[in-house]
Design a protein around this ligand. Structure first.
Ligand code: GTP
Ligand code: MG
Ligand code: ZN
Length: 292
């Protein structure tokens, strides 16, 4: 049998099998002597130990495409980076950090501004423009409006999507909206996350369609990029690449170097100031860490 671990609780792994359902599994013995242990998101082989009770034993972890640390989930296809347009106001520096972290993990990022019901369209557009200009798929939604589901549903099909972002921006509310629609449209039952103030503590994969899962994560207010090589930061600002050929110096870090294509692009509004500011900020911070 092959399935995907969607949940782990005190030594039990809950494995979802396509068109069959959940099996409650142990992972006896075989992993004890290896460094690897099963993670949520893993595709695994298992043998059934009890048919009626739908119990099994995991025997093998199939190769992982990637592995996130916060939360510990594997095989993520894409990340919805959720920030609210207000309440709380978006911290674009933190948003850019998320984007760097996501790119580093070879995960596609989608920038999602929530709570559009609380701010006028012109201001919302300013935020979206920054990330569209950078080349990210960007959307603005409200978890309180049903139509928002139409905007995101195509993007979720056949993928495992992690929802990440600071606390209080509406990640759980959006997932709640998705689950309501999933239930209405295909009648698939999944664990329901309670609406509102229930802060998310640990990660589960929530099945929303065939081979489609979403992962809610607890919000956090900072993100360190300690393991990032200083000179690699620029590679994760995806919009810089187009202008690098105009830089006079090979390996230009787009800081104080003369004749820099990236800085020229900012002057003609082809790269946004906000993105460049966060780049410099993160660069300086990484440099300080290296000094120690
Ligand atoms: N006005 C408005 N409020 C929203 C929207 N989405 C969520 N909220 C409210 O914002 C608050 C926080 O929402 P949550 O969904 O719990 O936020 P979260 O991102 O999951 O927060 P953590 O789990 O702490 O990381 C709740 O009171 C929601 O009702 C929205 O689109 N518009
Ligand atoms: Mg939450
Ligand atoms: Zn440059």
């Amino acid at each position: 049998m092959v399935g995907k671990i969607v949940k782990a609780i005190s030594g039990f792994y809950y494995v979802d099998v396509e068109a069959d359902g959940i099996y409650q599994c142990r992972a006896k013995g075989i992993f004890r002597n290896r460094k690897q242990s099963p993670l949520i998101g893993d595709n695994v082989k298992f043998e059934i130990t009890h048919v009626g009770d739908r119990e099994g034993n995991v025997t093998e972890i199939l190769p992982r495409r990637n592995e996130l640390v916060r939360p510990t989930v594997s095989n993520i296809d894409q990340a919805f980076i959720v920030f609210s347009v207000t309440h709380p106001e978006p911290n674009l520096n933190l948003l850019d950090r998320f984007l760097v972290a996501v790119t580093m993990n070879d995960i596609e990022a989608i920038v999602c501004f929530n709570k559009t019901d609380l701010l006028d369209d012109a201001k919302i557009k300013e935020y979206c423009d920054i990330y569209e200009l950078a080349g990210y798929k960007t959307m603005s939604i409200s978890a309180y409006e049903d139509e928002s589901f139409d905007e995101i549903k195509e993007l979720l099909k056949g993928k495992t999507t992690v929802f990440a972002g600071p606390s209080g921006v509406g990640k759980s509310s959006i997932i709640n909206l998705i689950q309501e629609h999933t239930y209405m449209e295909i009648g698939k039952v999944s664990d329901k996350i309670k609406r509102g103030k229930h802060t998310t503590r640990h990660a589960n994969l929530i099945p929303i369609d065939i081979n489609s899962y979403v992962v809610d994560t607890p919000g956090f207010s900072s993100l360190s990029l300690d393991n990032l090589n200083l000179d690699d930061l620029k590679l994760h600002y995806i919009e810089f690449a187009e202008f690098e050929p105009e830089c006079k110096f090979g390996g230009c870090n787009h800081l104080n170097e003369p004749k820099c294509g990236v800085k020229e692009a900012i002057k003609v509004n082809k790269i946004s100031e906000s993105r460049y500011k966060s780049y410099v900020h993160i660069y300086e911070e990484l440099k300080d860490i290296r000094r120690w």
